[in-house]
Design a protein around this ligand. Structure first.
Ligand code: APR
Ligand code: ZN
Length: 240
């Protein structure tokens, strides 16, 4: 497969989705055996669900913490960390994923626009920042408390809530000359719009995944394949 040439003047923006963690054994969302096959979004991933049945929400996210803690980064995560090492501040990674496999592979210049499994935050929105939290809660009364006394909630962006770090994301998209999108079906906004924003100022846009995403027509190139197999040899980086 023809490599993607990255010139010394290129600035690279990478967006990843659940597909990049698939080869680490973590389920995606919309596959036939995906997370949304086994659970209803409205029962575990909305503010109303948290109000109505916090025990079920914590059961779902505690189970996802278990699988994320047992998973290992795969060659796709390492390939992006290596690319960051080559490009430095000409590289930026935005992930929709809430696992920490990018960090564990060495990525540092990244944001989690949908939150992080390994963090919890105040359910009462008292304004205190999220806290590191790897606990697997077996019942609601085990769930930790915020300094203000309110119960903690998963630091996850639920459907209907505002994604995180959107100012920084917009800024990085505006200056990117190449956008690489890996392993996301393009079903959820605003992430599915990023490729359109990049195209408006003339960036090259490449998708990597085993099947074309819903927004496939917005990509200048589609690399059909699994991320763990395609990414390690995909980049031809010019010496800067
Ligand atoms: N390599 C690359 N891509 C893969 C692989 C793989 N080995 N296996 C599957 N994929 C692709 C699928 O083809 C699909 O396009 O990963 C994509 C997963 O799509 P979704 O399950 O919809 O996951 P994602 O796009 O990340 O969902 C976006 O929706 O539910 C919300 O907040 C949740 O962040 C999530 C958002
Ligand atoms: Zn609080």
């Amino acid at each position: 497969m023809a490599p993607i040439s990255i010139a010394a003047t290129d600035r690279v923006f990478v967006l990843t989705g659940a597909g990049i963690s698939a080869e680490s054994g973590l389920p995606t969302f919309r596959a036939s055996d995906g997370l949304w096959a086994g659970h209803r979004i409205e029962d575990v991933c909305t503010p109303e669900a948290l109000q109505r049945n916090p025990a079920l929400v914590w059961e779902f996210y505690s189970a996802r913490r278990v699988s994320a803690q047992q998973a290992q980064p795969n060659p796709a995560h390492f390939a992006l960390a290596k690319l960051e090492g080559r490009l430095g501040d000409r590289f930026f990674l935005c992930t929709q994923n809430v696992d920490d496999l990018h960090e564990r592979a060495g990525s540092r210049r990244l944001v989690h626009m949908h939150g992080e499994l390994a963090k919890s935050r105040c359910e009462a929105d008292c304004g205190r920042p999220p806290v590191e939290d790897h606990s697997i809660y077996r019942s609601l009364d085990e769930v930790g408390r915020c300094v203000c006394g309110a119960r903690l909630r998963p630091h996850i962006v639920f459907f209907g809530e505002i994604p995180l770090a959107m100012d920084r994301i917009q800024q990085e998209i505006d200056r990117a000359t190449l956008m690489l999108v890996v392993g996301t079906s393009g079903s959820v906004y605003p992430a599915a719009n990023f490729v359109h924003w990049a195209r408006t100022h003339g960036a090259r846009t490449v998708y990597v995944g085993p099947e074309p995403p819903l927004n496939a027509t917005a990509f200048t190139r589609v690399v059909e394949g699994r991320a763990g197999e395609a990414l390690p040899d995909l980049f031809n980086v010019a010496e800067s």
